[in-house]
Design a protein around this ligand. Structure first.
Ligand code: GDP
Length: 171
């Protein structure tokens, strides 16, 4: 397989799951904290690090903004799906959003690898990877390589290994 010269990674998840913190970790220091906010209720960040282009957006409350970011699906090679492991209340919302994502015509029929970050593993009430995988029904994803790892975006724990896995799947 030829090496891809540009890899597009989508970073998705509900608000407050830790996307910005994760994305910041992979930015060069001079790029940190310059989030672009094109319109109310819809935040997108785009930057590259060593040929890997990261595009991040918020899924929550994005119903009517959906079409604004869905066009990124076609060109994406891998997905980082960020979950707040301590936010048990919204796990059902996460499940819904995941299903909508997986059923999208630009995602459904492609073998795009998906990395799930069970983020905020440092929180006392954080659910384990295994419990989150079960709650989201990840075992039913059969057409795509997927992987779930715990992360602490504040310290960076788990981030590099996770994204490394994703990039290896893409290359
Ligand atoms: P986003 O809305 O998905 O972009 O989430 P943010 O990156 O803005 O993070 C939301 C809040 O959670 C912020 O206050 C972060 O500092 C905090 N946060 C992010 N990751 C972690 C983590 O791994 N552990 C803890 N304890 N807090 C985190």
């Amino acid at each position: 397989k030829l090496k891809k010269e540009q890899i597009n990674i989508l970073v998705v998840g509900l608000n407050n799951s830790g996307k910005s913190t994760i994305v910041n970790h992979f930015k060069n220091p001079e790029e940190r904290n310059n989030t672009i906010v094109p319109t109310v209720g819809f935040t997108v960040e785009r930057f590259q690090n060593q040929g890997v282009f990261f595009t991040a957006f918020d899924m929550s409350g994005a119903g009517r903004y959906r079409s604004l970011w869905e066009h990124h699906f076609k060109s994406c090679h891998g997905i980082v799906f960020v979950i707040d492991s301590s936010d048990r209340m919204r796990l059902v919302v996460v499940k819904d959003e995941l299903e909508i994502l997986l059923q999208h015509p630009d995602i459904a029929f492609r073998k795009i690898p998906i990395l799930f970050f069970a983020n905020k593993m440092d929180c006392e009430d954080a659910l384990s990877c295994v419990k989150i995988a079960a709650a989201l029904g990840l075992e039913k994803i059969d057409e795509k390589p997927w992987h779930i790892s715990s992360s602490n975006a504040l310290t960076g724990q788990g981030l590099e290994d996770g994204v490394q896995w994703l990039i290896e799947q893409v290359r």
